[in-house]
Ligand binder design. Structure first.
Ligand code: ATP
Ligand code: MG
Length: 349
């Protein structure tokens, strides 16, 4: 019996609905497969926790999580209780940075039975590897002067180490897939960081001669995501470019409610964290409208990461099956409740 320890943080809003839903499915999967066990510890860290304790997580929160095999997260944020910059930085970003989760992996693919905004969706199945620790989302810069003279400066930070790490991850992923990596660049307009990005890409690709490559400017690439996503296999992008591309990827699938993500600690020193792309969606909280498939697919990525490939495949089959049967929530054009989707997945299993 393979045993894994998982720290589960449901968080806020619909996280409190889709995380327990995912655990029900995972426990069912465990039972039917019979050869692995996930030992769950729940952590109540959230905006509610903040109101009681004045922090999103305890001061020693990271050391409480450190020994787990993975962190399974729902969603963080409830702007009516706690400003987003406090809740997100206090929990989500704190874990991402503290555990050196340098890579964010987000798949996007076509599902039979789902209505995509694409008129004629071909079979697309792509992976975005996003640099998760620096780039455009840096805290370097400042503001000065005021009124009509005011100036804001935001510096991008690209380190060779982090860029290389993201690219290596992308190339290794491509080796196990269709063997192609697209690099999202903008070296015709951004004259320091992006030429550097291209240089590192050219350096890294030398080590993977069997992998096909293409460097494409982010504007053209964003358009290509819409017009020909089936041409893409693995796409590697900076923090900002990866963020934008993955939202397009989620939209192409039909809803942000289905999109999964993994924050990977590549050196294996700390646990990786698995959280869906969507946020806490306070507008639909408590109404049974939350699509649990994003959290379930996220669970599937966690199983794969742990090496439980058979269970991961079974769960993916279950997700495909309920979608094909049309048992989906309102965001995907259906009329099933969260509960009905979970039941259908469990029945399939
Ligand atoms: P963040 O600040 O993290 O972006 P948010 O709550 O502002 O979070 P999302 O949670 O990403 O934004 O949601 C945007 C909209 O998409 C929500 O208003 C909600 O209606 C819808 N949505 C998001 N996730 C789901 C889901 N799992 N099921 C159904 N609808 C969803
Ligand atoms: Mg928001």
């Amino acid at each position: 019996m393979n045993t894994y320890t998982i720290a589960s943080i449901a968080g806020d809003g619909i996280g409190k609905e889709v995380v327990p839903a995912a655990w029900r499915v995972l426990k069912t999967l465990e039972r039917v497969q019979g050869d692995f066990e996930l030992r769950v510890t729940d952590f109540p860290w959230s905006c509610d926790y903040y109101l009681e304790h004045g922090r999103m997580m305890p001061e020693d929160g990271l050391s409480q999580l450190e020994a787990f095999d993975a962190v399974f997260l729902g969603a963080v944020g409830n702007p009516s209780l706690v400003p987003d910059h406090i809740s997100l930085w206090g929990l989500l970003i704190n874990i991402r940075r503290g555990f050196e989760q340098q890579i964010n992996v987000r798949p996007s693919r076509q599902f039979e039975g789902l209505t995509s905004p694409l008129a004629n969706p071909n079979q697309f199945n792509l992976m975005v590897v996003r640099e998760n620790s620096e780039g455009e989302y840096s805290e370097v810069g400042g503001r000065m002067y005021s009124g009509e003279d005011e100036i804001a400066i935001q510096n991008n930070v690209f380190s060779k180490k982090a860029v290389k790490a993201a690219m290596d991850y992308a190339f290794q992923m491509a080796e196990a897939r269709k063997g192609h990596v697209t690099s999202a660049t903008k070296s015709n307009g951004i004259v320091f960081s992006m030429p550097f990005w291209d240089e590192v890409f050219n350096e890294v690709k030398e080590r993977y001669p069997e992998i096909g490559t293409k460097a494409e400017h982010i504007d053209a690439l964003a358009a290509a995501f819409v017009t020909k996503p089936e041409k893409m296999d693995v796409v590697v992008g900076s923090n900002l470019f990866g963020d934008i591309l993955t939202d397009i990827g989620a939209a192409l699938m039909g809803s942000i409610g289905i999109a999964p993500a993994a924050n990977i600690n590549i050196n294996g020193k700390y646990p990786s964290m698995f959280e869906p792309v969507h946020g806490s969606a306070p507008d639909i909280e408590g109404q049974g409208l939350a699509n649990p498939l994003g959290q379930l697919w996220t669970a599937q990525m966690m199983l794969e990461h742990l090496g439980e490939n058979k269970a991961a495949q079974t769960l993916m089959n279950a997700i495909e099956h309920v979608i094909k049967d049309g048992i989906v929530t309102k965001d995907l054009g259906g009329n099933a409740s969260t509960e009905e989707v979970v039941k259908a997945v469990e029945e399939y299993l």
